[in-house]
Ligand binder design. Structure first.
Ligand SMILES: [Zn+2]
Length: 583
């Protein structure tokens, strides 16, 4: 019996049409029927995206004769082909690709980017089969992908063509493709080649220090895990556009999307480095060290885990931390970034409704589908997970008199689970914390991830000579946010004066104390007339009817600020340097 072979041809040479033409040739097959499937989600982004809705005109034929084979759509993302004696099956279809995000596909005359989760119809039951992927494209572009080049016999015949090879389905789906005329910069760390491709910058030049800065970040990430780099090569695929922001991790690469002008400001560049650090850190935490339930992905349905607070929250904690430790961010800037997370946590009462574990489990329903009630009903396991990670880190440092930290927990987990070829469960994390710190810290972890999140941050920050306080305390506070450019309520914070007064999302505020309010004068008018404890008359349009409401402002919670303590002693300063680096 011949070994089956699988080969894809992806034609990206018609970018103006925003469509990829795909051919799959599956040969050496003996079964009478073969079912092909397309993933419904892209690992790293926990939402069923239904990639199959972008497929058109899926047809099957026998390549040697051109005879058409019966092709029936069997589920939303599967196609069943009757082989009918054919020696091979060829599938042909088009993929509409016009959604620029890190987890989708985008083809236009400026570039092509795709995730194979949205492109490769794969024969079911043949997930361990190797595949070649030949790409045809406009000659001015180069192909960038972490997959190795195809074998010599299949090598590209010239510009406008490239061939890569995947060992199996997992490897193919974990390697997005970027085709661009943009530059590729290269560097080595520890003898391992790294590259960064810059797409869409136009006439903007990247900072001269980019490669050195990335190298410093790689060094800091490697230092956390204290082992050799886990990959043989690594590629950052960085796309820049007029808007959009995001990143997604892969085993040997990552995709970054940021506004084109980010690299031109100090703040924007720092955010870019933090995003790169975040996705790089995932090469350890998530792509290799990962929960047992995600050890093997099921590409056709939701994959539930209660551990996204570790997968994403801890990574969100380490992203800025790596940048700070690399000396690319001052200690105060680092604390300012963390204060933003603290503020986000404090102003979203959903942390008392749904735990970090429950929010992780519900990622598919909530985090990727935010609505007007999200902040009241759920919590963000990125920002809140980062605050919890900070508390756990400081608590471990305190309990071990500075001998251990969260770095050691990750290293312990790495050695005891990933290096043992298995995924971790919560008990593994607890065991690591218990071993390195003690029972009280294990209980703190428990309380933070399973209960209402209210961590003892102010107390712990004193160990590193930092003070958590609030600015603008006592400003009249209503607890209402508006849709951009309007006075239409986007959300009303549970338990706030506006909530108690009966305001609801979609209410349009027209006047306060008989003074007309608009998006541009709202703050000024409120400051002029609002007093803490004194009722305000507010005119609201609700479903086309004018309604009068009375709200009594309270003293606002203020804005969280973490300040370096100028009077910190040598012990606190040493602890701070051990935590954030020397600068
Ligand atoms: Zn992440």
């Amino acid at each position: 019996m011949a070994t089956p072979t699988l080969a894809y041809d992806i034609d990206a040479s018609r970018p103006a049409q925003r469509e990829l033409d795909v051919r799959v040739r599956f040969a050496g097959v003996t079964a009478d029927e073969v079912e092909f499937f397309l993933p419904v989600w892209t690992p790293g982004s926990y939402l069923v995206r239904e990639h199959a809705r972008h497929l058109s005109r899926v047809v099957a034929l026998e390549p040697s004769s051109g005879r058409e084979l019966r092709c029936v759509k069997s589920t939303k993302n599967r196609f069943r082909i009757a082989r009918d004696g054919a020696d091979a099956i060829e599938l042909r279809y088009r993929v509409y690709a016009h959604e620029l995000s890190v987890r989708t596909c985008d083809l236009d005359p400026g570039h092509a980017f795709w995730n194979h989760t949205g492109v490769l119809l794969w024969p079911l039951g043949h997930e361990s089969l190797a595949a070649t992927i030949r790409v045809t494209h406009p000659p001015q572009w180069s192909l960038h992908c972490s997959l190795p080049a195809g074998s010599h016999a299949l090598a590209a015949s010239g510009p406008g063509e490239a061939v890569v090879r995947a060992d199996d389905l997992d490897q193919a789906l974990d390697a997005p493709v970027l085709l661009t005329a943009g530059p590729r910069l290269a560097f080595e760390f520890d003898g391992v080649p790294h590259g960064i491709v810059l797409d869409g910058l136009g006439t903007i030049s990247p900072p001269d220090s980019l490669v050195d800065d990335l190298k410093a970040i790689v060094a800091q990430a490697a230092a956390v895990f204290g082992s050799n780099l886990p990959y043989a090569n690594y590629l950052f695929l960085a796309m820049f556009a007029d808007e959009g922001y995001g990143g997604i991790e892969h085993r040997d690469s990552s995709v970054l999307l940021m506004p084109r002008t980010s690299l031109t400001t100090a703040r924007g560049y720092r955010d870019f480095l933090a995003l790169a650090a975040h996705e790089l850190f995932h090469a350890w935490n998530v792509k290799r060290l990962r929960p047992r339930e995600l050890w093997r992905y099921d590409y056709e349905r939701e994959n539930y885990t209660r551990l996204l607070w570790l997968m994403e929250g801890w990574t969100a904690y380490y992203d800025d931390l790596l940048v700070a430790r690399a000396g690319l961010m001052s200690h105060q800037d680092y604390l300012d970034a963390m204060a933003k997370n603290v503020q986000g946590m404090r102003t979203a009462p959903g942390r008392f409704e749904l735990s970090l574990e429950e929010s992780s489990f519900d990622a598919w329903l909530r985090l990727y589908r935010p609505d007007e009630n999200t902040r009241n009903s759920s919590q963000n396991y990125y920002g809140n997970g980062a605050v919890a990670a900070l508390c756990l880190d400081l608590a471990i440092r305190r309990a071990s008199s500075g001998r251990h930290s969260l770095d050691d927990v990750l290293r312990h987990l790495w050695q005891h689970t990933f290096e043992q070829d298995r995924g971790y469960v919560l008990a593994d994390v607890e065991e690591a914390v218990r071993t390195l710190a003690g029972e009280a810290e294990t209980e703190l972890l428990h309380a933070m991830v399973q209960g209402p999140l209210d961590p003892p941050l102010a107390d712990l920050l004193q160990d590193v000579g930092a003070n958590l306080n609030s600015e603008d305390l006592g400003r009249p506070f209503l607890g209402i946010t508006f849709k951009a450019g309007t006075t239409i309520a986007a959300s009303v914070i549970r338990g706030s004066p506006a909530f108690d007064a009966g305001f609801a999302p979609a209410d349009e505020l027209l006047a306060v104390q008989d003074l007309r309010v608009t998006a541009s004068n709202w703050r000024t008018v409120l400051d002029a007339v609002a007093r803490i404890g004194e009722p305000l008359d507010v005119l609201v349009a609700r479903r086309g009817v004018i309604v009068g409401l009375t709200v009594t402002p309270s003293a606002g919670p203020g804005t969280a600020h973490i300040a370096l303590d100028e009077s910190a002693g040598p012990q606190e300063l040493a602890a701070r340097r051990a935590w954030l680096g020397a600068n």
